[in-house]
Design a protein around this ligand. Structure first.
Ligand SMILES: [Zn+2]
Length: 180
């Protein structure tokens, strides 16, 4: 049936577009944008291609589908009754990969926020936004404090070095005057 086929193809094409910018993801982005956060999306250069990247806050956000990424205890994560072993193994592999990505990004200095798709449903959306926003701000403050800490340490090091040189110069002068 050619009509069915073209429908299938259209459906496939739509699904492909959908996977680039899924609706829940857009909702989250828009909410963050309205709160004044600026971000980049789908940054391929970063490990795991995070959905949202907030460079100023050293924060990346992943929006995880509850089934594929295995949202433990979530009603949307139920292993099908058939091919149970296959699905369990598949989701476990995804979970493992997610954790690896998460750990490596953290090692690179990024804070990682995971948002589950079920957390973007209408009834809980506002709560989720609150949680995400406070996490982002906290990360920003943490990053800022670290930056200031490094700056202060550098300043102290430089002034110590300067004082040391001054002392050396003074004792050299003293030694010279003693020789004269
Ligand atoms: Zn879930």
């Amino acid at each position: 049936m050619p009509d069915n086929l073209s429908y299938e193809q259209r459906h496939k094409a739509m699904a492909a577009i959908h996977s680039i910018s899924t609706r829940p993801e857009l909702k989250l982005r828009l909410a963050l944008w309205h709160r004044g956060f600026r971000y980049r999306v789908n940054v391929k250069l970063l490990l795991g291609t995070p959905d949202i990247v907030l460079p100023k806050y050293h924060t990346v956000i992943f929006i995880h589908g509850c089934f594929w990424h295995g949202h433990n205890g979530c009603k949307y994560y139920t292993i099908p009754k058939t091919n149970t072993v296959f699905w369990t193994a598949k989701v476990a592999r995804n979970q493992e990969r997610d954790q690896k990505v998460w750990r490596e990004l953290e090692a690179m200095g990024w804070s990682v926020i995971i948002v589950w798709e079920c957390e973007l449903k209408k009834t809980v959306f506002d709560n989720t936004i609150e949680r995400v926003v406070s996490r982002i701000k906290l990360n920003g403050e943490k990053h800022q404090a670290e930056k200031e800490g490094r700056r202060a340490a550098r300043k102290e090091y430089l002034s110590n070095r300067k004082a040391q040189k001054k002392r050396e110069a003074a004792s050299l002068k003293e030694a010279k005057s003693f020789l004269n």
